[in-house]
Design a binder for this molecule. Structure first.
Ligand code: 8YV
Length: 311
């Protein structure tokens, strides 16, 4: 039986090319229902990205499926309950992308607060010839609220100490060793933050956690940054809050319906948007590709997986 992988999403060329050397790889998007049916009995591995949807229907359509390898740390699109019920293992790419995602969070915080995009347009439009750019908000020493204090949240906190920020966080449980202030109540954290940065995992537990009440608590001097998942922010509430100056601005790398971005979020001096590039540096994407390949190789060698998602 050939070693057969079903790739359900786009992944970097370097990963697709390396996998095609050792495995038969089918692209889900290119298969019709009939073609998928014809090969369903061969598939042992699904290759997905952090944004992919791998639902119970697909999982249960593949009788020999044993591994879902995710190119990304987030696996909220994978129905892990359906997978684990059939003893199908899931792997992701934690740790190696933490620094890049945290770096981007800091970059968005600074870009929104100091209005870098608007400032660049100010020069490009020639407006500097006749005036000065409006003053912006100070970041150093201000209050940073982190929503989700896992690896990425903690990496953001460590960076923010370099800006002498007053750091606090919201999560299910306090991290006793962190030395930062814990808020068990998200609204209270938002009310005590100048910048609220979303670093939580996606999924049903965190869906639309950042709602109109949280945004109202953040207030008209507050900035929202989201480097986690679009699903965590109620995007209609966010658009409304930006239009009505309920909050001061937003820095967004992730969106509710990627790659679609609400028009209302575009072309605003107080909103900086990036196309889900948190982990997209050459070095990190190469490391992620290698980890995916190593996990799949370990699976076929019957060796322990390198980074299995806990059941
Ligand atoms: C990637 C991500 O954009 O790691 C994640 O969860 O969302 C990102 O690193 C993605 O997995 C690549 O498509």
């Amino acid at each position: 039986m050939p070693k057969t992988i079903l790739r359900v999403d786009k992944v970097p060329d370097i990963l697709a090319e390396r996998l095609s050397l050792d495995y038969t790889v089918y692209e889900y998007q290119k298969l019709g229902a009939e073609a998928l049916n014809a090969i369903a009995g061969e598939i042992e591995v699904i290759l997905a990205s952090g944004e992919s949807k791998v639902d119970a229907t697909l999982i249960n359509q593949l009788p020999r499926l044993k591994l879902i390898a995710v190119f990304g740390v987030g696996y909220d699109g994978v129905d892990t309950r359906a997978a684990f019920a059939r003893n199908i293992q899931v792997t992701n790419t934690p740790n190696i992308l933490t620094d890049d995602v945290a770096d981007l969070g800091i970059a968005l915080m600074l870009a929104v607060s100091r209005q870098l995009v608007g400032a660049q347009k100010f020069i490009e439009s020639g407006d500097w010839q006749t005036g000065n750019y409006p003053q912006t908000r100070k970041v150093s020493g201000s209050r940073l609220g982190i929503v989700g204090f896992g690896r990425i949240g903690q990496a953001v906190a460590n960076r923010a100490t370099g800006f002498a920020m007053q750091i606090a966080y919201f999560d299910k449980y306090p991290n006793e060793n962190s030395g930062f202030t814990y808020y068990p109540d998200l609204i209270e954290l938002a009310g005590n933050s100048d910048v609220l940065m979303v670093c939580a995992s996606g999924g049903t537990d965190s869906a639309k956690l950042i709602n109109s009440d949280v945004l109202a608590a953040l207030g008209d001097k507050g900035v929202l940054v989201n480097i986690a998942r679009g699903s965590i922010v109620d995007e209609h509430a966010l658009v409304d809050a930006l239009i009505h100056n309920v909050i001061a601005g937003a820095g967004l790398d992730v969106f509710a319906d990627e790659p679609h971005v609400s028009r209302e979020l575009l072309n605003r001096d107080n909103v900086v948007v990036t196309p889900h590039i948190g982990s997209a540096t050459r070095a990190t994407r190469a490391a992620m590709a290698t980890l995916v390949i190593d996990n799949i190789a370990a699976f076929y060698a019957d060796a322990p997986l390198l980074t299995p998602v806990a059941k």
